[in-house]
Design a binder for this molecule. Sequence first.
Ligand code: BES
Ligand code: MN
Ligand code: ZN
Length: 501
Amino acid sequence: MFRVTAVATLLLASFSSQAGQFTIKTTNTISDTADTLLLLVSPEQLTSNPQIAAISKQENFTATHGNTLTWLAPGTPYSQYQRVLLMGTGEAEKLTAYQASLLGAASVRSLEGSAASNIQLDASLISPAIGQAEFLAQFSHGVNLSSYTFDRYLSEKKAAPQRNLYLLSSDQSAADTRLAQLNALSEGVALARDLINEPASGIYPETFVKQALALRKLGAKVTVLDEKALEKAGMGAILAVGRGSARPPRMLLVHWEGSKQQPVALVGKGITFDTGGYNLKTQADSILRMTSDMAGAAAVLGTMHTLARQKAPVNVIGVMALAENMISDRAYLPGDVIKAGNGKTIEIINTDAEGRLVLADALWHVETNYKPRAIVDIATLTGSKVTAVGNYYAGLFSNDEQLVAQLTKAGEAVHERVWRLPLSDDMLPELKSMKADLRNTGRSTGASTAALFLNQFVSETPFAHLDIAGNALSDSSKGLHTEGGTGFGVRLLTEWVLTAE
Ligand code: BES
Ligand code: MN
Ligand code: ZN
């Protein structure tokens, strides 16, 4: 990974945020110590050099996007190298930022098991429309994201060699600027993945807060509301959810004030483990996945890290509603009536619909205390969302057309895409309770009634809800993802914050 990661590793006291094993540097000439040449070629260029033409023909190499050919002991003009890794780009001019990052990921996977240690990237044969500096930075971003590992609990660390990657660049300073920004983003994603991959024994509200305190060193303001402060503010919803656990709930606020404009607020669901409570999750695979029920909060913290790290000229408040949903003699029960911070009473129909409760208090708190110009929450909120749109897209719920357009566009740009689902007051009767102002589930327990419930805790501010159930974990290494936590949302939210006016 980049040199700068070492700094982040020191800041994150107990976890090492390892975003890979590559040290990446730009160079203005081909390195003479490189043992490996990583040469990017488009299909048309295969014929331009007789040696490449010959080996491609012999090996049936076609240079489609991400396709690779390892050419050992190449002769002239490549005799300085032990190997040439030819990588196809497909139609090079049309490469998007995301496709450039996928090439970086593909190169990491083709180098797995190889002895390559000093790798020279040569992308000078291609001229993508996004520009060389952007291309190289996105390529590196893909290298970093796909070489992420979580080996904290392995007694024998995978013997991943430290590798150097040299990027041949005609404008080093432009490339370095973008590299630094995307490096901050890779770090933010790695931080979110670390938090998700860490089991509930290691990450609970207080230890999550500890990780966030490291952001103070980057200039962010970190505020923590403990159970006393939550009680004083009347936030009975997050308190009810957290009450069954020996590990008390926390409301965590990280403020990056990189400009004086009116802030935007990011709100994350941080259930560090979701047993379901007395409405216990009874399927082994579904309860097992609930170590990732704080992925929304992890995405918010990862985004805040990224913004602070690159000193982004934006004003953003990240709020993370942290609690552990447990069973005990103190736990909240089905049928309980609780009172949220905004004074609304809620009948608990199902203790497994806990995310919307902690978010209710967080939404109300941030709206009333910071008057943001927009609020976006991100949460692993409902199984119904997974049924509706699957694991690739996030569910987007909003009645603010500008927010819908901005988030859709940001999602396309970084390939963390969103799909709009209904948020409609037509469904309000479903949330009506006989004995309280609201019930915590709709009569049809869907993603839309969950979103509508959240909407009851925002009064005037433009609001969007992102349901990332299913997006938080990947069952294999593919694309930019590695197995386990994906960090979904860090790239989307960062892009949104940096581009939304
Ligand atoms: N954390 C779960 C939602 C979830 C499900 C996330 C699958 C990731 C993968 C949430 O707290 C939950 O339990 N939701 C219930 C709500 C229901 C009881 C109204 C659900 O969706 O089943
Ligand atoms: Mn639940
Ligand atoms: Zn949950």
